[in-house]
Ligand binder design. Structure first.
Ligand code: CP
Length: 317
């Protein structure tokens, strides 16, 4: 495959190959020199039209650990603010010789447009488009779950069959939720979405998952509980209960966490609204994998760039 646009495009074998390659890449991070020469002479462009901390930095770290040259482009401060189009921006990057373009955009479908436009020859990686998808987030989440719930050795070549994953909160605006539902079900997990009725997408009954409105009933049956960020910037105020009401019904606090099985983990893609969807007590507890997810994101993004840009030999850390 030349591009990574949607988690829905990944077969089970594709997904397991990426997870297994990421396990190899994770070993590079444990070495004194955290670099492989695999992508020397290649150029990766980070094209970010929306803000990001984790995704942009981890793609940059991943490309650098594979010895690629990295160009960081942020729409803020660029000629996009003078009205330059996605097409002219893409043609400019093509003229500079981009082998891969990692794009985050507020419009759902922008990475698909870029990949199928003919404006650029390189691989396109979706780093989050509107409310549509964020496939590398889902991959790093699955990687974290496989390590925590299956085990690092048992995990190689394996999937998440039978694991019960609960995704909680602002599903309506969440590209993370969409990508996770696709990928987790492809990997054999059972997914339950929990959200206020106003934050459940229309057509959710077509999604391969259950929907519940009762978080307390679902928690004891969960192996992982993924809390979503409430995306106030994409939200009409009429859709949203008060912050206090949201936290009371859908927030994860210490009492609720105690209802989860002992082995179960709490996940959050970040950035977190502490005090809204998750309390500081839970976010800072040993059961919350938010920081581990960020570290795993570098390994996943190394694997994706390595597989898309066609490193000649498998990594031999
Ligand atoms: N999880 C995630 O995409 O975070 P950023 O918006 O900081 O990249």
């Amino acid at each position: 495959k030349r591009h990574l646009i949607s988690a829905a495009d990944l077969s089970r074998d594709d997904a397991v190959l990426i997870l297994d390659t990421a396990e190899e890449m994770a070993r590079v991070a444990d070495r004194p020199i955290k670099k492989l020469p695999t992508l020397r002479g290649r150029t990766v462009v980070n094209l970010f039209f929306e803000d990001s901390t984790r995704t942009r930095i981890s793609f940059e770290a991943a490309a650098k650990r594979l010895s690629a040259d990295v160009i960081n482009f942020s729409a803020k401060g660029s000629s996009v603010s003078k009205g330059e189009s996605l097409k002219d921006t893409a043609l400019t990057l093509e003229a500079m010789g981009a082998d891969a373009v990692v794009i985050r955009h507020g419009a759902s479908g922008a990475p698909y447009r870029l990949a199928n436009s003919g404006w650029i020859d390189g691989a396109v990686v979706n780093a989050g488009d509107g409310t549509h998808e964020h496939p590398t987030q889902a991959l790093l989440d699955a990687f974290t779950m496989r390590r925590r719930l299956v085990g690092p050795d048992a995990g190689l070549g394996g999937d998440l069959a039978g694991r019960r994953i609960t995704v909680v909160g602002d599903v309506l605006h969440s590209r993370v939720a969409r990508s996770n539902v696709h990928l987790l079900t492809t990997l054999g997990a059972e997914v339950t979405l929990v959200a206020p009725p106003t934050l459940v997408p229309i057509g959710v009954e077509q999604w391969p998952c259950e929907v519940s409105y009762d978080l307390d009933a679902v928690l004891p049956k969960s192996d992982a509980v993924m809390m979503l960020r409430v995306q106030r910037e994409r939200m009409n105020a009429a859709f949203f209960p008060t912050e206090r009401e949201y936290a009371r019904r859908y927030g994860l606090d210490g009492d609720r966490m105690a209802r989860m099985p002992e082995h179960a983990i709490v996940m959050h893609p970040g950035p977190m609204n502490r005090g809204m969807e998750i309390t500081a007590e839970v976010a800072d507890s040993g059961r919350c994998t938010a920081v581990e997810q960020v570290a795993n994101g570098v390994s996943i993004r190394m694997a994706v760039l390595y597989l898309l840009l066609g490193g000649a030999e498998p990594a031999t850390p």
